[in-house]
Design a protein around this ligand. Structure first.
Ligand code: S3P
Length: 440
């Protein structure tokens, strides 16, 4: 039985599954969230029309679209497979009449800050929901201030709401202390509007969708190891973008197919950009039976269909350079590790504490309520595997990745699991619950 109670604003998802049958079928996943944000933003900043196929029609890209619409970009309604953006050209965003609201989306807020800070003689105020207002912004505010940006906010500009007075910025060579695509992309977007070369280096390579898409739109950009070089003031030209499916959304089905006995799932059109495939490498190391079919390239991004069949998983050690390549998949990996043989240790993932929720605490709490054996570490988790999960009432803390990970855990749990605030899945995966219902 799977049931969604929508009678109150807290949508309760109840899952109670007979454990004697596998999951079978083909699954189409929604467009990549990171690429969707970037396609909307670059489309708005470019000259001419950008067409976007396969855009994620989730809450986060909707926040990006609304913010850029409020600054003059014409973006068609986000309700079909084809979205068009009439760009207004670099440096031409209008001063918005009201506060820009990034909702739950860190990517919207952090990337947009780079764009706003470099729009001279315009004033912007930005905010977000309760979760986003608690997330750290100094990681982007600090380098932007080094470029000459004027930004004010709570905690010395460390927390939204923030106010920005656009300035003529100077390029910098920024050595980021953290591997973060949001930090890197924010600085690159600021660098677009100014003379000279902006350089961003990071300790490990984070996702490179900005670099790929900036290059496709005509920016002069070069990548050397973990360092990106961007020449300012190159004009961007609108493009035809096709967004591949989001590997972070595919991850739920990869784990579901691996842990539910007798399963065989084919997940179609999954983006397999090497800066995102840490989840595949770890699951394969854990003994998952995953094969890549029909590899191809779509608008500069590698794509394949992924087949997963159930298998007995074993524990592994996860840490170091792979972490930025699977950072959003750690809650669902914790589900896999709870069922694997042996103890999985995840380290170097302190970033999880400042995501939409503290994903170390919330993942450990929810899975332990279901019978897992997870100890929190300051920068990760120790997960003793081989657990039999049982249904429980768990609080997603309004975090989309936690809600969906617990729904997958519920597929192998004995008895009824009730997940609170399941509506938050729509942040990154609006069709998650209907897809789950189809597999029952
Ligand atoms: C994202 C980068 C990652 C990721 C987030 C999306 C992006 O965040 O966790 O979901 O689109 O640039 P960080 O850059 O903060 O690691």
């Amino acid at each position: 039985m799977i049931q969604l109670d929508t009678t109150t604003s807290n949508h309760l998802l109840t899952i109670d599954r007979k454990l004697d049958s596998g999951l079978h079928g083909e699954i189409s996943i929604p467009g990549d969230k990171s690429i969707s944000h970037r396609a909307l933003m670059l489309g708005a900043l470019a000259s001419g029309t950008t067409t976007i196929r396969g855009l994620l029609l989730g809450e986060d890209p909707r926040s990006t679209a609304k913010c850029f619409q409020a600054m003059g970009a014409e973006i068609s309604e986000l309700n079909s497979d084809l979205v068009t953006v009439q760009g207004i050209g670099l440096g031409n965003l209008q001063e918005p009449l009201d506060i820009l609201d990034a909702g739950n989306s860190g990517t919207t807020l952090r990337l947009m800050l780079g764009v706003l800070a470099s729009h001279e003689q315009r004033f912007f105020a930005v905010t977000g929901d309760k979760s986003l207002r608690s997330r750290p912004m100094l990681r982007v505010v600090k380098p932007l201030r080094e470029m000459g940006a004027e930004i004010w906010g709570r905690e010395q500009g460390g927390k939204a709401p923030l106010a920005i007075s656009g300035r003529n910025l100077q390029p910098i060579h920024y050595q980021s202390p953290i591997a973060s695509a949001q930090v890197k992309s924010c600085i690159l977007l600021a660098g677009l509007m100014i003379d000279g070369e902006t350089i961003v280096a990071e300790p490990e390579r984070s996702r490179d969708h900005s670099e790929r898409m900036l290059s496709a739109f005509g920016a002069k950009i070069k990548v050397d190891g973990n360092t990106v070089y961007l020449q300012g003031r190159s004009q961007l030209q609108g493009q035809e973008v096709t967004v591949p499916g989001d590997i972070s959304s595919a991850a739920y089905w990869l784990v579901a197919g691996a842990i539910v006995p007798d399963s065989d799932l084919l997940i179609l059109n999954v983006g397999i950009n090497p800066t995102r495939t840490g989840i595949l490498e770890v699951l394969l190391e854990m003994g998952a039976d995953i094969t890549l079919e029909n590899p191809r390239e779509v608008t500069g991004e590698p794509v394949a269909d992924l087949r997963v069949r159930s298998s007995q998983l074993k524990a592994c050690a996860i840490g170091g350079a792979i972490i930025p390549r699977l950072i959003d998949e750690i809650p669902i990996l914790a589900v896999a590790a709870s069922l694997a043989e042996g103890t999985t240790v995840i380290r170097d993932a302190a970033e999880l504490r400042v995501k939409e929720s503290d994903r170390i605490t919330v993942t450990a709490k929810c899975l332990n309520q279901m019978g897992a054996n997870i100890t929190e570490l300051p920068d990760g988790m120790e997960i003793r595997g081989g657990c039999s999960l049982s249904g429980a009432e768990v609080d997603s803390c309004d975090d989309h990745r936690i809600a969906m990970s617990m729904a997958i855990a519920a597929l192998v749990a004995k008895g009824k699991t009730i997940i609170s605030h399941a509506e938050c899945a729509a942040i990154s995966y609006p069709s998650f619950i209907p897809t789950l219902q189809k597999l029952f």
